[in-house]
Ligand binder design. Structure first.
Ligand code: KG4
Ligand code: ZN
Length: 352
């Protein structure tokens, strides 16, 4: 089996070809970082235009790298949401055109499902599993019961984790994207130097809140005034990252207990996914949390945590196997929750 996967929901223009056993034959990611750096954040209109410019070339390169043509594909999969709608329209309409022209089946992939299932491409993870999905637009705890079967156990009530990293980096003038920059500087910092809050820690519900932490970082930085030295910034980054780790660890320990108490079928694994899962420090802390609870831990390799086409192609593989195909009437969606029964998340960082 060979599935083409197309990803354009944020600021990566990406295409990949993946086989039924998870072999990645090609995985091309064109990052738009340079286009957005002057604005210290992703500008939706610039993103959509850049996808238009780059996508054809990225798909051709993926086919060349894999030594295939479109005729060799079993299906065309593309992110159909959630995400920045201009970019989603570019990728999904391209997929529809390719499907129509070649007569191949079309698969509309939920970007969050692509993150959620990546570990089944890179390893052997059986359903049901507990998932912490942390990215630039999302922060959710989900019970993954099967392909297309999700139960949301908790979510952020304000900012997403990646968003908090990006805003902290912007405040400290560390550049864009912020996550890797903050992680890097935190290595030189003392996490105990500044007392920062751990919002929601110890609360019984499985939700998150990061806006108070972000405000505390801003106030601490303002108090330092002209004292924004290399060491002060590093200490703030270390304090911020450790506060995030403490909160995530607390929420996940509680979620594991909840699943064990409530779920009829035992969870097999704790999975960390989404762009923020590329963070080594958070991976290590959450691995330790799972180990303490005697639960196996896994996360995709860092390059497959941030947005890429292989995860979309793999979601296509999983859906294709189950006959979950779409037709040309399928529409791109800015919002598309994995758990349709969970209440809508109204806040900026809770885009599903
Ligand atoms: O999954 P992703 O590529 O795009 C979305 O679906 O949102 O996630 C991007 C987010 C950004 O906020 C970025 O700063 C964050 O993931 N990120 C990180 C790291 N690498 C990427 N956050 C913390 N540490 C990192 N190493
Ligand atoms: Zn993503």
């Amino acid at each position: 089996m060979r599935i083409l996967g197309i990803e354009t929901s944020c600021d990566e223009t990406a295409a990949a070809i993946v086989g039924g056993d998870g072999t990645i034959f090609a995985n091309i990611v064109h990052s738009q970082i340079d286009d957005h750096t002057p604005f210290a954040g992703v500008v939706p209109e610039i993103a959509a235009r850049a996808h238009i410019e780059k996508l054809d070339g990225v798909i051709s390169k993926a086919l060349d790298d894999a030594g295939c043509t479109l005729a060799d594909m079993d299906a065309i999969a593309a992110t159909a949401g959630p995400g920045l709608i201009g970019g989603v329209i570019v990728g999904f309409t391209t997929a529809k055109a390719l499907a129509l022209a070649t007569g191949k089946p079309l698969i509309a992939v939920n970007h969050l499902e692509a993150h959620a299932l990546t570990v089944r491409m890179t390893g052997d993870v059986a359903f049901p599993y507990l998932l912490l999905l942390v990215s630039g637009g999302h922060c959710q705890i989900l019970l993954v019961q099967g392909v297309g079967q999700y139960r949301r156990l908790g979510a952020t009530i304000d900012d997403a984790v990646g968003e908090a990293f990006d805003k902290t980096a912007k405040l400290l003038q560390l550049g864009f994207p912020g996550g890797p920059a903050v992680e890097h500087r935190a290595r030189d910092g003392d996490p105990d130097r500044f007392a920062l809050p751990r919002p929601m820690m110890g609360r019984p519900e499985l939700d998150f809140s990061f806006s108070g932490l972000k405000t505390a970082v801003r106030q601490t930085a303002q108090k330092l005034g002209d004292e924004i030295t290399y060491q002060n910034i590093s200490d703030l980054c270390a304090g911020f990252q450790t506060a995030i780790a403490d909160v995530l660890s607390d929420r996940i320990s509680r979620a594991i207990r909840t699943c064990r108490a409530e779920s009829s079928e035992p969870i097999t694994t704790f999975v960390l996914a989404g762009g923020v899962a590329a963070n080594r420090f958070l991976r290590d802390r959450l691995q330790a949390t799972a180990t303490e609870a005697d639960l196996p831990f896994t996360a995709p390799p860092p390059a497959l945590c941030t947005d890429n086409g292989a995860m979309v192609a793999w979601a296509g593989v999983e859906r294709f196997r189950l006959g979950m195909l779409d037709d040309l009437r399928a529409a791109p969606r800015a919002r598309w929750p994995l758990d349709g029964n969970a209440p809508a998340l109204p806040f900026a960082g809770a885009k599903s």
